[in-house]
Design a protein around this ligand. Structure first.
Ligand code: GLU
Length: 483
């Protein structure tokens, strides 16, 4: 559909005539759990607004009643709060441009739909669902682009009046001009042109009085004085319809920024079918929100000094949309794990414990000072908070020697002798005790891991045994020998 795309010089906000204030928005639809892509956009919006004394708005686009999911709006706020990307205006916060929930703005859209009809930029369509379905099927079977066949586009005033008088259900459709190029500038991609003959006479207002996305988004972005419309590139093909609407109303077109779609390492689109598109997945898996934000910041953007790790405050200082590369960035969980591990390692022990207590409420029942002693050790190995359970099992659960084979009895006896001789029960001395057995009996560390923890690897063993304590360690040996 795109005729041409050429990169033009990027404008900066100062050059948009008459628009001084930066106002950006995310406009999620409450159709399920928030998508990580929504947070990606929220992050860019938030950073842009905060760095320029602007305003960050959340508008809830709930006009698609069929796809509405209860609680989805609350989930959006939960996600926004978890990441700390708090908005300035929204349904929950209010603000001067409210209401911010589209279902509460129906009268506004209806008024603007009427205005379009009066201007001749839109028309009533009385086609039945059945007729539209027939048209759709016919075009699909002819392998043609599925579009409305403009059946009602040229009804006479009398026909329209008669249909209205007999209460025929009707929608309002955009009258897309023929044989024109519709052009606009995307900040990241330059000028983009579409052939209007390939743009559908889109329904703007449905027969139930609800607007479609296209009418609502343009009316709201205008009335809410959004200076920069930031959304995913999957919306690019909708933009020509929006341009026609802006032109029909005589409204200034905001700056348009279509952010790249995040991709998996195999270049496929992150989609709902893979679990890790939902914010809730990251929460449950035990990622730290600041690590995710840092990683998302690097999707299509790079720090001017090439830094990989930087806080949100620094991103706010440095970020500008003009530096975003529109070529599909790769969202690699392995890289995110690395980054998350880094953030965990940098977290103070007390704070890490607090986060673990939120993640695993059952930990409240355990001795808190004992847990705190584990922090320096676990933070070197946890990719995510969830790793804590498996990594620390041996501190809380005794290996079952009726199942686990403790190993060669002679070596066990030697180990007991060697560890009993350890004077100061500290990791270094414990290590030397184990080392002497290793040298003499040609065994390796995994042998001791298995013996004391039931697993072949894990947290550094001498340190673990120091925390487990002399008595419990030796008791384990006793039981292994007796098994
Ligand atoms: N409601 C649309 C969505 O859920 C918003 C698209 C836009 O930002 O214009 O993605």
């Amino acid at each position: 559909m795109v005729l041409s795309s050429k990169k033009t010089t990027v404008r900066t906000e100062g050059e948009v005539p008459g628009r001084k204030k930066i106002r950006v928005r995310i406009a999620p639809s409450p159709t399920g759990y928030p998508h990580i892509g929504t947070i990606y956009q929220a992050l860019f919006d938030y950073a842009y607004a905060r760095g320029r004394s602007g305003t960050f708005v959340i508008r809830i686009e709930d006009t698609d009643q069929a796809r509405f999911v209860m609680d989805a709006e609350d989930e959006i706020y939960n996600a926004i709060d978890w990441f700390g990307l708090t908005e300035d205006e929204s349904p929950r916060k209010g603000g001067p441009s409210g209401p911010y929930r589209q279902s509460e703005r129906l009268a506004i859209y209806q008024k603007y739909a009427r205005e379009l009809i009066e201007k001749g930029s839109a028309y009533y369509c009385f086609c039945s669902k059945e007729r539209l379905e027939e048209v759709r099927q016919r075009l699909a079977s002819e392998k043609k682009q599925v579009m409305y066949d403009k059946h009602c586009r040229n009804l006479t005033d009398e026909q329209i009046a008669a249909n209205v008088a007999s209460n025929m259900p009707r929608t309002v459709r955009l009258r897309v001009p023929e044989n024109r190029q519709i052009s606009f500038t995307d900040w990241l991609r330059g000028e983009i042109s579409f052939n209007s003959n390939l743009v559908d006479d889109q329904v703007l207002l449905k027969s139930d009085g609800f607007p479609t996305y296209h009418l609502a988004v343009v009316v709201d972005d205008h009335l809410m004085e959004i200076s920069h419309v930031v959304r995913g590139e999957e919306w690019l093909s909708s933009t020509p319809k929006h341009i026609l609407l802006y032109q029909a109303f005589g409204w200034e077109i905001p700056s348009l920024i279509h952010t790249p779609i995040l991709r998996n390492p195999d270049k496929s689109k992150l989609s709902k079918r893979q679990g890790h598109t939902n914010v809730s997945w990251y929460r449950e898996a035990g990622y730290l929100p600041e690590a995710i934000l840092n990683y998302l910041a690097l999707m299509g953007w790079s720090h001017p000094e090439g830094k990989e790790i930087f806080p949100l405050s620094e991103f706010i200082e440095q970020f500008d949309f003009k530096d975003v590369n529109p070529i599909g960035p790769i969202f690699d969980l392995a890289k995110l794990n690395w980054m998350n591990q880094h953030y965990i390692q940098e977290t103070r022990d007390e704070e890490l414990l607090e986060r673990l207590l939120v993640h695993f409420p059952d930990l409240h029942d355990k001795d808190q000072s004992f847990l705190l002693r584990l922090m320096p050790l676990v933070k070197t190995r946890m990719d995510t908070l969830s790793d804590f359970t498996a990594l620390t099992r041996h501190f809380f659960v005794e290996p079952d020697y009726s199942v686990e084979d403790g190993g060669d009895k002679k070596i066990l006896a030697e180990t007991q002798k060697s560890l009993t001789a350890v004077k100061k029960w500290q990791a270094d001395a414990i290590f030397l005790g184990l080392k002497s057995v290793m040298q003499e009996h040609k065994v390796r560390m995994p042998f001791f891991y298995k013996l004391f923890t039931g697993a072949e690897r894990g947290l550094p063993l001498p340190q673990s045994l120091e925390i487990i304590g002399r008595d419990r360690t030796l008791a384990r040996l006793d039981r292994a020998r007796a098994a």
